[in-house]
Design a protein. Structure first.
Lengths: 73, 704
């Protein structure tokens, strides 16, 4: 599942990044490491705002589509 | 005044670093107060904020507020500066004696990421733990002593609102020798660790890398994408070959190589944070949450954004009028006072008409600039700016620009110079250049006097559709024209010379907070100083030169207007008359164009000089307006200005570059003449074409 499709308010786990290398490095530094828990809090026009490590991160549809997530139990 | 001139005590350098939004600047302001200055790092236009404080032992200490960064791997010019200074790789700044890392307690894990990288390299570092109250809001209490033990570096808690903790920080800064951190404590998976050690050995053998940082370099190499290896020139071929083999080996072993270090680091930090924080409650739906639901809403977000912009422009354009008039009157009084002291003659004219009048024309804009920065700082400090960039990303994306580009463009409505400088927060060079190229098309406050003068003179104050005044509508139209042309140019650029992969939006939204009056005032003070310095030097010089060109050579007998025609400026105007004649402009407007080539607002003072009246602020421009309206060229019997001509001049000023400082900033920012030259040529060409169309069309439609 892509982060862009994750249901609102539900915690999911990052499973893989398929964004460009420079962006992936930045994403990992911001906490989007494989296995990190992230929660989508807002969506508008495909852009999303999500919460990770107590920070709110806004990203556009493309990027949210490059972050693959799986359900977190 | 330095009373203690001892040169034996070397100035200590302390670097403030931290994540964006960690409250670094608040700490900097609290430490240095008004003893700070803004300059540029050599060769780049990253602003260098520094301040000097006096230590108890009498030595001075230089505090550097470095640009915010998430890690020691830089991805924008700003971050590169921060990293280079921290690691002592910058030629312009000595390696810092102490790094103060400002950490947001509400977001401890992420903020400690860079701290752990600094610790890895055994650099002297202390933690300034900020926003403890935000952490409590998240239900977490940080135990300072346990955090100190876990990390092995001093931790100083601070409450930004009360200023508590600043004294502790001052004491730490004054301590010699500064504490040194104890090195890496997180663990890589065994096979990766083995390769890293081997590579560290190779790096150390080459003798080019300091021992403390070799292991970090090795990890960076092992975890980087193959394409990054091709771009670096910091390593020998043999080392890079070895790294490629390591990559193959680790990939074969099934490691997610690129994320292995970040994951391991975060795993360790998770433990550090778990051990040094206590849960004291559970976070409910925060105020930030609720605000974001409205402010980033697809409809309301946009409505609120537009209302805020309207409010900002209202303040810049209306509320600033009173202080502007006050400044104008102040300069008039100064002129009259000085006038009484100096006997009539060339010196008298030079000082009154040249220096004082010229500087007054520009300093009058100080209130507008201050109002603008007041609002921009407020938006930034409350955390709204990031939301605005998010809301705008959709629209900026249509022309291929990132949402962040909206901030420099917005600032350019005050002045393209801070606007262009604000573009450095855009990571990708092509996006940055495109933004800088269109920034001067936003109608800046220097165009305002030109607009005001010509609109007052030639646009009848009638009402359209019952409520809208025609002059206000014209003014709005001019602003809109600039924006639309800018968007068109951006669209073309992003599909041709500056084509790049569609930019991803990746933006942290800081928690909302009440702005600190101190930091807002400090920013305004800083901007005022920069602006007045410029007025005192470049503009003073330009005014004197302009006065000279319009006054010499002297005509023995003749009216002031004949004198102008005879002067150097008049001759230059005559010289370019054939070129601007198709636009309906005569030589008098030509003088205006030439004299304002470096600075748009000079057009107004030049018109003032030509029409031989002292431009005295508010009501003064009305009488100048009527003089301009009635001016007839004795040679041809034609009026200098008709409504189509005035509109053509207005359109010309919307689109033409006409600003030396912008050219200079562009050159510095893009490191060459290519972009500013292209920009100047394009804008002037567009301005010429548009003015031509407006004049011809206006005349054909019977405008007089």
């Amino acid at each position: 599942m892509r982060l862009a499709d994750a249901p609102l308010g539900i915690s999911v786990r990052v499973s893989r990044l398929r964004s460009r290398p420079e962006i992936s490095v930045r994403l990992r530094e911001m906490g989007f490491c494989e296995d990190a828990v992230v929660r989508c809090v807002m969506k508008s026009h495909g852009n999303i705002i999500c919460e990770i490590l107590n920070a709110r991160i806004a990203m556009n549809r493309r990027l949210a589509g490059d972050i693959l997530v799986s359900p977190s139990e | 005044m330095r009373d203690n001139g001892s040169t034996s005590t070397r100035t200590r350098t302390v670097a403030l670093v931290g994540n964006p939004n960690s409250g670094k600047t608040t700490v900097f302001n609290a430490l240095t107060g008004l003893r700070q200055k803004v300059a540029n790092y050599p060769g780049v236009t990253v602003e260098r904020h520094e301040g000097t404080i006096r230590l108890p032992d009498g030595a001075d200490c230089l505090i550097l507020d470095l640009p915010g960064t998430y890690s020691l791997r830089a991805s924008s010019p700003d971050e590169a500066i921060a990293v280079d200074v921290m690691l002592g790789r910058a030629a312009h700044t000595p390696p810092p004696d102490l790094i103060v890392c400002v950490v947001d307690a509400g977001n401890l894990e992420r903020n400690l990421y860079i701290v752990s990288q600094i610790i890895d390299r055994r650099l002297p570092v202390v933690l300034e733990l900020n926003m403890m109250d935000v952490a409590r809001g998240h239900g977490l209490a940080v135990n300072v002593h346990r955090l100190e033990k876990e990390l092995g570096v001093p931790v100083i808690p601070m409450v930004a609102t009360t200023g508590a903790g600043i004294e502790d920080l001052r004491r730490t800064v004054a301590t010699t020798p500064p504490p040194s951190s104890r090195g890496r404590e997180w663990k890589l998976p065994e096979p990766v660790h083995r390769e890293a050690e081997e590579l560290t050995g190779m790096l150390l053998e080459s003798g080019k890398y300091p021992e403390a940082s070799a292991f970090s370099e090795a990890i960076d190499l092992l975890t980087s994408h193959p394409s990054a290896l091709e771009q670096t020139d910091r390593f020998d071929r043999a080392i890079l070959e070895h790294v490629r083999l390591d990559h193959q080996k680790l990939d074969f072993l099934g490691f997610d190589r690129e994320s292995v270090a970040a994951s391991a680091r975060y795993a360790w930090l998770r433990q550090v944070v778990a051990r040094s924080t206590d849960r004291v409650g559970y976070p409910g739906i925060s105020g930030s949450d609720r605000l974001d639901r409205i402010l980033t809403h697809r409809v309301w977000g946009l409505v609120i954004f537009l209302l805020l912009m309207a409010l900002m422009f209202q303040s810049v354009f209306s509320w600033a009028t009173a202080p502007m008039e006050l400044i104008g009157e102040g300069f008039d009084a100064l002129g009259r006072g000085v006038s009484g002291l100096i006997p009539p003659g060339p010196l008298h004219d030079l000082i009154i008409d040249g220096a004082i009048a010229g500087v007054a024309a520009v300093v009058t804009f100080l209130p507008q600039i201050l109002f603008l920065f007041f609002f921009l700082t407020l938006l930034e400090d409350t955390g709204y700016m990031a939301r605005a960039a998010y809301v705008m990303d959709r629209f900026m994306g249509r022309v291929g620009l990132p949402g962040k580009a909206f901030i420099p463009l917005l600032s350019s409505f005050a002045c393209a110079i801070p606007g262009i400088m604000a573009a450095r927060t855009i990571e990708k060079e092509r996006d940055r250049i495109a933004t800088m190229l269109i920034a001067p098309l936003m109608s800046c406050s220097a165009r305002l006097p030109v607009y005001t003068l010509l609109i007052a003179a030639f646009i009848p104050a009638t009402t359209v559709l019952g409520i809208l005044s025609l002059p206000a509508l014209t003014m709005f139209g001019l602003y809109l024209l600039g924006v639309l042309v800018a968007m068109g140019i951006a669209w073309v650029l992003k599909r041709s010379v500056l084509r790049s992969v569609q930019t991803e939006l990746l933006l942290e939204l800081p928690p909302y907070k009440l702005p600190s009056l101190k930091s807002v005032l400090l920013t305004m003070w800083e901007r005022a100083v920069v602006f007045l310095k410029q007025a005192g030097t470049i503009i003073l010089g330009a005014s004197i030169i302009m006065w000279f060109l319009a006054s010499y050579p002297k005509l023995e007998h003749g009216s002031p207007s004949e004198q102008i025609e005879y002067s150097f400026a008049g001759r230059a105007g005559k010289l370019i008359e054939p070129v601007i004649e198709p636009l309906g402009f005569n030589w008098k407007i030509g003088i205006g164009l030439i004299s304002s080539l470096f600075q748009r607002e000079v057009f107004v003072s030049t018109m003032g000089t030509i029409y031989n009246i002292q431009d005295t602020g508010g009501d003064g421009s009305v009488s100048l307006a009527s003089r301009m309206r009635e001016d007839i060229d004795p040679a041809t019997g034609e009026r200098t200005f008709t409504v189509p001509i005035a509109l053509a001049v207005l359109v010309y000023y919307v689109l033409a570059m006409q600003c030396l400082s912008t050219v200079a900033v562009m050159r510095r920012e893009t490191n060459g003449w290519k972009w500013p030259t292209l920009q100047f040529a394009t804008m002037t060409g567009l301005a010429y074409a548009a003015a031509f169309i407006v004049y011809r069309l206006g005349t054909a439609l019977g405008g007089t």
